[in-house]
Design a protein around this ligand. Structure first.
Ligand code: AMP
Ligand code: ZN
Length: 467
């Protein structure tokens, strides 16, 4: 049995109860990174929102099949059909081959996600491994009369797909803006490349033979081909950042539905942007904010996760170091409180009378379109509730962390790891003395440890030390 979850669907611009195609299962596709550079912390906000979605659906009892692609070809600098391929640009910038930078930035990307405690998707297809599927999809669009060729590629004819603009309804004006940019041989500003021909005068590092000659796939067709391969022609949920509504996702819908004649996705979800003081985050401005920069500046990646949890994913959020510092002290206060209870016995939730009240409150918030800010404040109220025993609060708090993902369990027991070497060696000596029943030496060492600011507690498994 699954619990009821309501999600804001961009398709209808409404919160709706989530009803999967197959009871108890969710097919989820999230647009992955273009691996030409490091992810900035804005990009990471989108992946974190998707992680909260996955964890929430699991909490509600669903089995989630999560597919996230790696874009390693075809995403052009302009996000449209002109300009250099971001991967070629990345290779030029670093002096490495495309394959090397794809490999390098993919590794860093997953290391960042790991640090943020984002769960790894089940399937992570690379665009370059699916060119055959992309060519087949373009062929089927061609057979159905949805394409035309220009001198630089095979294009999707949006005039042939009358509902093209429905998805992006509120931002149709933005689409019209495209008319001011160079159209090349395109018939309409909204038409987009499915397959690009390799330029005659320049050798690309990545190109493939196709029925239309040597070339490479367009960025949009990649996601349609990989999503449908792994999740079927119609699947449950597709996510991305808000910027994908007017172009990338609009194009994915058009080409997928034109090829299959079926609804592509039932629920579309989009995360709002993280902004900087100067406005939009960009990778072209020299140094930009990455997770490593935050770490260098003394923050734990989970401070950033905590900061993001305090805002709703559908509200834009302005990043500042002040806000990050406040998140850091909020997280540390919480961890400190729970750490006081770390030696309390681990209870089974069913042993606690008040469990249901707290779990209901928490789930009401999180199942209401992922209200993480409310869920966090419920966690803080729980910790302050003096009608409960510490061991009860600890057990309930740790169960909330399945969704929040701030590693509470590890953080409250982590203290041992932060104890300096010289202290650990005194503790080991004291254990030896106790084993040898040398109580005078053991007492002397306890006093020495105390004078260094550490308290010791004897337990059946040895000396426990804390600051
Ligand atoms: P990209 O690697 O550029 O394709 O972007 C990866 C993901 O990050 C996409 O889902 C974008 O929508 C999202 N994104 C880009 N900029 C931001 C931002 N400033 N805040 C939140 N998400 C963003
Ligand atoms: Zn995509």
């Amino acid at each position: 049995m699954t619990k009821s979850v309501s999600l804001f669907n961009t398709l209808t611009r409404k919160k709706e109860e989530f009803l999967p195609l197959k009871a108890g299962h969710v097919g989820l596709y999230t647009c992955g990174p273009t691996v030409y550079h490091y992810a900035h912390i804005g990009n990471l906000r989108t992946y974190l929102f998707e992680d909260i979605l996955v964890r929430t659906l699991k909490r509600a009892g669903f089995e989630v099949n999560h597919v996230m692609n790696i874009t390693d070809v075809g995403h052009l600098v302009s996000d449209g059909d002109h300009g250099e391929d971001k991967m070629e640009e990345g290779a030029r910038r670093t002096g490495k081959s495309i394959w090397e930078i794809a490999d390098y930035y993919t590794k860093v990307f997953f290391s960042d996600l790991g640090k943020l405690n984002v769960l790894k998707p089940q399937i992570i297809p690379k665009a370059t491994d699916h060119v055959k599927e992309m060519i087949e999809l373009v062929q089927s669009l061609e057979e159905r009369g949805f394409t035309y060729n220009t001198n630089d590629g095979v294009y999707f004819n949006t005039e042939k797909f009358p509902t093209y603009k429905n998805f992006a309804k509120i931002v149709v004006e933005n689409l019209e803006e495209g008319k001011r940019v160079s159209m090349g041989e395109k018939k309409s500003a909204t038409d987009f490349a499915l397959w690009k021909f390799s330029p005659e005068n320049e050798k690309r590092q990545m190109e493939w033979p196709s029925p239309w000659g040597k070339g490479f796939p367009g960025w949009h067709i990649e996601c349609s081909a990989m999503a449908m391969k792994y999740l079927g022609q119609t699947f449950d949920i597709h996510c991305g950042g808000i910027d994908h509504i007017p172009v990338h996702h609009t194009n994915e819908i058009a080409q997928s539905e034109a090829a299959t004649g079926k609804r592509f996705v039932n629920y579309w979800m989009h995360g709002e942007f993280l902004l900087e003081d100067s406005g939009k985050m960009s990778k072209s401005k020299g140094e930009f904010l990455t997770l490593s920069v935050l770490e260098r500046d003394g923050f734990d990646p989970l401070d950033y996760r905590f900061l993001l949890l305090q805002a709703h994913y559908r509200s834009s959020l302005k990043f500042s170091y002040e806000a990050l510092s406040a998140a850091k002290s909020g997280r540390e206060t919480l961890v400190q409180k729970l750490r006081e209870w770390k030696d309390e016995p681990d209870l089974n939730l069913s042993e606690i009378k008040a469990t249901n009240i707290w779990v209901e409150k928490f789930e009401k918030a999180i199942f209401d379109d992922l209200n993480t800010a409310e869920a966090l404040s419920i966690l803080f109220s729980l910790v302050k509730d003096n009608t409960l025993l510490p061991k009860e609060k600890k057990a309930i708090a740790l169960s909330f962390d399945d969704v929040l993902g701030i590693r509470l369990k590890e953080k409250i027991t982590e203290q041992e790891a932060e104890i300096p070497e010289n202290i650990l060696s005194l503790v080991a000596k004291r254990d030896e003395a106790r084993k040898a029943k040398d109580w005078a030496e053991s007492d002397r060492l306890r006093i020495e440890l105390q004078s260094l600011g550490f308290t010791v507690k004897d337990s059946p498994t040895g000396t426990k030390v804390s600051k």
